[in-house]
Design a protein. Structure first.
Length: 197
């Protein structure tokens, strides 16, 4: 006599192919900030890209809004294990921002108003993989979620998506940012579970 237990192959509630290993689904939008929310007025906002030679490319809000704007529908994955599927954003692609930037450095440090930093390889920002996002779900991005604008790099854990981003600095070496110096993985691929080192 044999007993077949179908339960072993049953798909659990969070056994969703869109969920990276060890993640669960959330419907709300948790706020995770290492410090207070900085107040950044659009009138004072600027975004810069500084190359390894010290050349700086600059956009104020008006110049930034005149660039090509993308609609981005994507899943996001936080290292604290929540994932949110099908989020909807509007933002400017890093391809657009890097169009006139000459660099031979392979890495970037994202800097935020308030002092947060995170390191991202340049290849992970280009070819339609990253944006400076200023709208979420059809509304201006809430200050607590990084408004007026945040980096959005959805294929990496969400700590790489620097809120209140103010610029990128090109680096020859993959120097660690804030969380990366404090135990988080230098790259952070959710599909490889690159959470901590
Ligand atoms: N400037 C800044 N950006 C940040 C953080 C932060 O503390 N400061 N936290 C990171 C982490 S750990 C996560 S999970 C996401 C959280 O974004 P949310 O608060 O919009 O959910 O922002 C990332 N970007
Ligand atoms: Mo996070």
């Amino acid at each position: 006599m044999s007993i077949f237990t179908r339960g072993f192959s049953g798909r659990g509630r969070d056994d969703n192919p869109a969920l990276p290993p060890g993640q669960y689904l959330t419907e709300d939008f948790p706020v995770l900030s290492a410090g207070p929310t900085p107040t950044v007025d659009k009138a004072d906002w600027e975004f810069t890209i500084t190359t390894e030679t010290g050349e700086t490319h600059r956009w104020n809000w008006e110049q930034f809004m005149a660039l090509k704007i993308d609609q981005v529908d994507t899943d996001i994955h936080c290292v604290t294990r929540w994932s949110k599927l099908g989020t909807s954003w509007r933002g400017v692609s890093l391809d657009t921002l890097f169009a006139d930037v000459e660099t031979s450095a392979g890495y970037t440090m994202a800097h935020s108003y308030g002092g947060y930093t995170t390191n991202v390889p340049l290849d992970d920002l280009l070819d339609g993989k990253a944006w400076i996002a200023f709208e979420f779900d059809g509304e201006d991005l809430d200050p607590e979620h990084g408004g007026p604008a945040r980096l959005l790099v959805p294929h990496l854990y969400f700590w790489k998506s620097a809120k209140w981003v103010r610029g990128l600095t090109m680096m020859e070496n993959d120097d660690p940012g804030f969380w990366e110096q404090n135990g988080y993985h230098t790259y952070g691929d959710p599909w490889q579970e690159q959470r901590y080192w």
